[in-house]
Design a protein. Structure first.
Length: 384
């Protein structure tokens, strides 16, 4: 009765089962927080209500790419980063997930391949399955910091490869693409006639440099760059994102025409949200200041707690909301996470959730409230 593309194993994993099996009322220290609206950040509710009210009764304008006023607000956001973007090169989407689906539909026939980094976020597998696209992984390697393994990337390319995904910065490693890496990616893509697909939802959350390199407006290869309010303004409930297209005109123009037709078919973002995007983007600075203050405090606390440890260390992180811990691989990450949960009441994500190459990796969220974060890490380290 059902399609093969949705033939997923839908039963809970062992860690989820262990969490559900805990006695009712037992406290759990959760250091996996990903929802910015649930961890104590403050939002200007009056500004948001004004934005919604001012756009609530706009005349319906079924513009495939999205309202021009909203797209101009996004171009102003990029201009603040000294990146020039044309509103005509942008399509508004309800999420980056929808943006990925538009790109996959534009590039791929059933069974075609997209290269995706590993470690990385597990959502890609589901997005690809829904579009009948096959994912092929290429590794990020760690050597005094994360970097793209270009030898492995080129070895992964086949005649059915249509594009390469880069997450800038990567989730969960926090690796930013360097200028030399972007140049190499452009060379690989232009030579092989591949598209570059850049996910930059965490671009604003850099820990070292104020303006890390972005692929928005990248001219060196056909490039699709996506981001949205979920991370930039801490508003995942608003469902507002965008997809930028850049590159050589011979590829850019037909890609935009196809994307516009796909967007016109769905017309998915509602007018009220589009009208409020300019105000939502203005509010990003208040949110980002709070978040980065917490991220830096939690990183400082993490390093303090690790200072007395010989067996555990934090891997280098350049941006984003997460930190990766390297721990002794005495058992599988999942077994350790379950033991930590049942014995200490601490919930962490094992590395295999993100396709780390071996055991001995854990991912913790740096937006976890400071008290919970310190307690969770302290209990984790007490296991060694």
């Amino acid at each position: 009765m059902f399609s093969d593309r949705t033939n997923w194993g839908l039963h809970p994993n062992r860690l989820s089962q262990a969490l559900a099996a805990l006695p009712a009322g037992r406290p759990v220290v959760d250091v996996t927080a990903s929802n910015p609206t649930a961890v104590g950040f403050h939002y200007d509710q009056r500004a948001f209500r004004r934005a919604i009210r001012s756009s609530a009764f706009r005349r319906y304008e079924p513009e495939a790419k999205g309202l021009l006023t909203a797209r101009c607000a996004v171009t102003a956001y990029y201009a603040s980063r000294k990146i020039k973007i044309s509103p005509g090169d942008m399509i508004l989407t309800t999420s980056t997930s929808e943006a990925y689906s538009f790109v996959f539909c534009t590039l791929c026939n059933p069974g075609d391949e997209i290269l995706v980094p590993a470690p990385s976020y597990p959502l890609f597998s589901y997005l690809a399955d829904i579009q009948d696209v096959r994912l092929v992984r290429y590794r990020l390697v760690y050597d005094h910091g994360w970097q793209l393994d270009f030898h492995a990337l080129e070895q992964a390319i086949t005649p059915r490869t249509r594009g390469i995904i880069v997450v800038n910065p990567n989730n969960p490693t926090g690796h930013f693409c360097k200028l030399a890496e972007i140049a190499n990616l452009n060379d690989v893509c232009s030579t092989r006639r591949l598209a570059l697909i850049a996910d930059e939802v965490f671009l604003d959350f850099a820990l070292r440099t104020k303006n890390p390199p972005s692929l928005a407006g990248n001219p060196g290869a056909l490039t699709f760059t996506m981001s949205g309010l979920s991370k930039i303004s801490g508003l995942p409930q608003i469902k507002a994102a965008w997809l930028l297209t850049s590159g050589p005109e011979q590829w850019k123009a037909p890609a935009l025409a196809r994307l516009e037709m796909i967007a016109d078919t769905f017309l998915s973002m509602n007018t009220i949200v589009q009208g409020a995007i300019p105000e939502f983007l203005k509010q990003r600075r208040r949110f980002q200041k709070q978040l980065m203050t917490r991220v830096r405090k939690n990183l400082t606390e993490l390093d303090h707690l690790l200072a007395g440890q010989k067996s555990c260390r934090r891997l280098e992180v350049e941006g984003g909301w997460y930190a990766v811990l390297r721990v002794p691989a005495t058992r599988s990450d999942e077994d350790f996470a379950i033991e930590l949960l049942t014995a200490k009441g601490v919930y962490v994500h094992p590395g295999h959730f993100y396709d780390f190459p071996a055991d001995g990796y854990f991912v913790v969220s740096l937006i976890t409230p400071e008290k919970d974060f310190a307690e969770g890490v302290r209990l984790l380290l007490s296991m060694f």
